[in-house]
Design a protein around this ligand. Structure first.
Ligand SMILES: Cc1cc2nc3c(=O)[nH]c(=O)nc-3n(C[C@H](O)[C@H](O)[C@H](O)COP(=O)(O)O)c2cc1C
Length: 417
């Protein structure tokens, strides 16, 4: 019977081999530097995320980016026209370089650290802000960039003049072979293939690359099979990483026996000490039952998102906070939450507090850990630990969970000592 440790992940043109476990990016700073550093120390691949990176820099390094931005645009707070609320590209570059640079400085061991970069964070200037995010990550010495939450048809071109464009590992997350095909076609002229492809199925946490009504009709193994067949037909040798719902080492082995080069996992690490969620929220993840998890349409990105139904951010009606954040503003300064909020204010002009049910102010709620996004397997987390006499679940170390994936056989889960 095989275990994950019988396999190794290789990238084309690199001699070194890796434990084929990637811890997926979890914004906003849920996949912390500490978590990513553990994955790298243990010989695998960890992700940090560049979602809301000025905000993360404020928390991590005591900078004042959010306060300064809010101060600059204070007069605009009550206006629903957010077109003038722009990101300072110099500050964005500085925050990205600091978050990534400090993480890379702390790296130990044989593994790698990648950054998860979501295209949907359009930041009232999609192209320019993405260009700065990607190039600053390369400047700061990141080992690799995982492009996510979008088709990223122009993202490689935004980096093509960077001296590290051909040496850093660059990968893309897709949920279908059609999305991959499109990406490869659009980038053919750059003569630069992705170094890895993450295939994220419908059971993942965060945003889903499927429709709100039909995500349940898809399954990861089928999509992995389709992508592998497509790559074979095109004579392309690119490592494929399977993601979404892989809960045990044996689940991972099944994907690698299908032909995947590795797995990307996240949910099991949400209840580790190193994960950025507050400990109280980690207990909510442990306690969750299957019926407490839903896929809904409240994210202003337009992508379905999986979360715990009890997330305090669901139905909250706070005033849009774009002057401080504004990461989801499109190029016209619009966000679906602003429209939903204005509609409710118009419907309830005298209310002190309103509730917005169909959309959420995702920047604020994710910043405050009030949208509890999670994978479909979250309800099984309680089986990965011990219930303590005080009624709380014992948090795990990232090393414990990583090694459990690496060495377990027979679908077994090792409980903590
Ligand atoms: C709490 C949480 C937050 C996530 N945030 C992101 C994100 O910001 N960007 C992204 O591309 N994927 C995100 N994901 C998806 C993971 O990176 C990963 O691909 C997926 O959840 C793997 O499936 P699993 O959680 O069932 O192991 C998130 C997942 C979780 C559980």
């Amino acid at each position: 019977m095989k275990r994950v440790d019988d396999f190794r992940l290789r990238f084309s043109g690199v001699k070194q081999e890796f434990v084929p476990i990637m811890i997926g990016g979890m914004g906003v700073d849920i996949s912390t530097a500490e978590l990513a550093l553990e994955a790298a120390r243990l010989g695998g691949i960890g992700h940090i995320s560049d979602a809301m990176v000025p905000t993360v820099s404020d928390r991590r390094f005591k900078t004042r980016h959010v306060k300064d931005k809010l101060q600059l645009y204070k007069a605009n707070v009550t206006s629903s026209d957010k077109t003038g609320v722009q990101f300072d590209l110099g500050i964005l570059a500085e925050a990205t370089r600091m978050h990534i640079g400090k993480t890379m400085e702390a790296k130990r061991g044989e593994g790698l650290i990648f950054v998860n970069c979501m295209e949907k964070l359009t930041m009232n200037g999609a192209r320019e802000t993405l260009r700065v995010r990607l190039n600053s990550a390369l400047d700061a010495g990141i080992d690799g960039i995982t492009l996510s939450a979008g088709l990223h048809l122009g993202s490689f071109a935004l980096m093509q003049d960077h001296p590290r464009f051909r040496d850093a590992k660059l990968g893309i997350i897709v949920s279908s072979h059609r999305a991959l095909q499109l990406f490869l076609r659009k980038n053919a002229r750059l003569d630069r293939l992705p170094d890895y492809i993450v295939i994220e199925g419908p059971l993942a946490g965060g945003h889903l690359g499927f429709g709100l009504e039909d995500w349940m009709k898809y399954d990861l193994a089928t999509i992995v099979g389709e992508v592998l067949a497509y790559l074979r037909a095109e004579h392309l040798d690119i490592p494929v990483i399977a993601a979404g719902g892989i809960f045990t080492g044996s689940d991972a082995v099944r994907f690698m026996e299908l032909g995947a080069a590795g797995v990307q996992v996240a949910t099991r690490f949400t209840v580790t000490h190193e994960c950025g969620l507050p400990d109280k929220v980690k207990q909510e993840y442990f306690k969750a039952r299957e019926e407490d998890i839903e896929v809904n349409g409240i994210s202003p990105t337009g992508y379905p998102m999986r979360m715990l139904k009890d997330s305090p951010g669901i139905g909250d009606g706070i005033r849009p906070n774009c002057e401080a954040y504004g990461y989801l503003l499109d190029d016209k300064g619009r966000c679906a939450y602003i429209d939903a909020y204005n509609r409710e204010v118009a419907l309830h002009p005298d209310a002190k507090k309103i509730s917005v049910k169909d959309k959420t102010c995702l920047c604020t709620q994710m910043r405050n850990f009030d949208i509890w996004t999670c994978g479909q397997t979250t309800w099984r987390l309680k089986d990965t630990t011990i219930l303590q006499p005080d009624g709380s679940y014992q948090l795990l170390s990232a090393e414990h969970v990583f090694r459990d994936y690496q060495y377990s056989i027979d679908n077994k889960i090792l409980l903590p000592a």
